[in-house]
Write a protein that binds this ligand. Structure first.
Ligand code: ADP
Length: 520
């Protein structure tokens, strides 16, 4: 079957070789094994179910949440010469019946389905008896409550598969799965843990940066001026901010458009097409923009505001450079933006455990902004890659500043936290260390502590930034919950005992750059 698959890869797609992971996934499917494939955006996941649909007898079903894109996807596949169709809520009842009859008659080998279809009784009754050989689940992380894009309709998938009379092979595909999410997805679908094919997440052509303490508008304007002819995406959290940035860019004469969930469907489609067909170069958007958009020459993705999770960040940033050319992924960090994310989380309808989980993820995202290590390595570590190597390209890898020993300062901060019984946040800790005369400090008798005023010469902001650095590097941990407090970590003990050193880039830039207290 393999030789045939390779041959088909060449005849249908014109490719000579498989991309990393594709061969292993196909091999596993052809062996009849349920499989999970975790590959980065642009890694070539679609081939992993399109090719089997050509090789295997019977029908391949692809479950995808991207209803708006199904028509385009199916058109593209048909152009390749693969007989494919789709069923989703955009079709009338009659159209749906007609297509189902064609599927039943064996006219198609590939059927795209929206998850909402899975429980429609009429549909189930007809599809149940068809010979289905493969069920591929795209964006499979949507199955997990611990993922960043949980979709309740995905929970119907296992039941749907069980009701099929044939026993299809299951293939779960995603670009973003932490080990917890992957585990969850595998359990729900009965995929053995050993059948996860995971390719490296590193994207060698992406250069990551976190920019602090600079004026957002000025930075964006300057960046676009220097990259006038390139395509790029600017992500912001709120619709209002998206419109504001886009409007500002347009007034400055840039070729920009915007996209968010509050626009009419036709306005969104117009905006998206203008970007995909290079009529505009800058797309300013909320996270509603991008899923499934196949534009390969995006040269930069700037996050004007911090996203809520690393999963969301890597997925959005990863839309840059799908053609393999060098591209920039820049995050503009401003502490106030964390408050927006916290507020949105507070307002969300999530139950308590999920909310706590989302707060934890937001904290990991904030840590990304405060780390001084390789940014790509931080991302890979987050996604469970063991001992990732430094990328040598990101802002931190190319930072030429000297590294100095700050163990003593770290010891002072850690012992102060210990003396405050590990029950407080960074603002009050910084106040104690600077020897603030604040009434609350007196009431709590923290002015009696031996660490009170030990860092008198420093500003509170500088100490807060130093605590952020210690947290990002896991010398401290933040507790879960809405009002996290700082506690010592496993790493702190070695520091306090003098068994391990804390090294930090010289120069107070990081400290001076912090414009305000960030709330986490
Ligand atoms: P994903 O779904 O993982 O984001 P796609 O399936 O859309 O990625 O593939 C991304 C791009 O890579 C597409 O243009 C696709 O045609 C191309 N591609 C896939 N497999 C190969 C291959 N073996 N060799 C070269 N290009 C490939």
């Amino acid at each position: 079957m393999f030789t045939k698959a390779r041959h088909l890869l060449h005849t249908y797609y014109g490719y000579n070789d498989f991309r990393p992971g594709q061969e292993a996934i196909l091999g596993s499917i052809f062996n009849g094994q349920h499989t999970m494939g975790i590959m980065p955006t642009g890694g070539g996941k679609s081939v992993c179910y399109q090719l089997p649909s050509l090789v295997l007898d019977g029908l391949t079903i692809v479950i995808s949440p991207l209803i708006a894109l199904m028509k385009d996807q199916v058109d593209e596949i048909q152009e390749l010469g693969i007989s494919a169709t789709y069923l989703n809520s955009s079709l009338s009842f009659e159209e749906m019946q007609e297509r189902l009859s064609d599927v039943q008659a064996g006219k198609y080998s590939l059927l795209y389905l929206a998850p909402e279809r899975l429980t429609a009784p009429h549909f189930l009754a007809r599809i149940q008896s068809m010979p289905v050989s493969l069920v591929a689940i795209d964006e499979a992380h949507c199955l997990s409550q611990w993922g960043h894009d949980f979709r309740p309709s995905y929970l119907d998938i296992p039941h749907f598969i069980n009701q099929l009379q044939s026993e299809p092979v299951i293939l779960a595909l995603t670009a973003t799965a932490t080990p917890t999410v992957a585990d969850d997805v595998c359990k729900s679908l009965g995929i053995p843990a050993g059948n996860i094919v995971k390719t490296g997440f590193a994207r060698d052509n992406l250069t990551f940066s976190v920019i602090k303490g600079q004026d957002r508008d000025a930075y964006i304007q300057n960046y676009i001026e220097n990259n006038q002819n390139e395509s790029g995406i600017i992500y912001a959290t709120t619709r209002k901010e998206v419109e504001r940035i886009a409007q500002r860019l347009k007034t400055k004469g840039f070729n920009a458009a915007y996209y968010h969930g509050g626009m009419e469907a036709n306005e969104r489609a117009e905006s998206q097409e203008a970007f995909v067909y290079d009529e505009i170069n800058v797309m300013v958007a909320t996270n509603a923009f991008g899923m499934g958009i196949n534009k390969s020459n995006v040269r930069y993705v700037i996050h004007a505001q911090i996203p809520r999770t690393m999963e969301a960040y890597y997925q959005e940033a990863g839309r840059a450079g799908r053609d393999g050319e060098n591209s920039d992924c820049i995050l503009l960090f401003s502490p106030q933006d964390i408050q927006i994310q916290q507020y949105l989380l507070e307002q969300s309808q999530l139950d308590e455990p999920r909310k706590a989980n989302e707060f934890r993820k937001l904290r990991e995202m904030v840590n990304y902004c405060h780390t001084e290590s390789c940014l790509q390595a931080y991302i890979l570590d987050y996604f469970g890659e063991a001992n990732p190597i430094d990328c040598k390209r990101c802002l931190h890898c190319t930072d030429q500043r000297n590294v100095i020993d700050v163990t003593k300062d770290a010891q002072i901060v850690l012992s102060c936290i210990k003396r405050m019984k590990e029950r407080f946040g960074k603002t009050i800790i910084a106040q104690v260390l600077t020897g603030s005369g604040n009434q609350k400090i007196k009431d709590l008798r923290f002015d009696q502590l031996s660490t009170y005023g030990l860092m008198k010469g420093e500003s509170q902001k500088a100490i807060v930034a130093f605590i952020d650095f210690l947290t990002a590097h896991r010398y401290l941990t933040l507790t879960q919950g809405q009002y996290p407090v700082l506690q010592l970590s496993e790493k702190s003990v070695a520091i306090l005992k003098g068994e391990q050193k804390v090294m930090k880039k010289e120069d107070a830039t990081a400290k001076a750059q912090v414009t305000d207290d960030d709330p986490l």
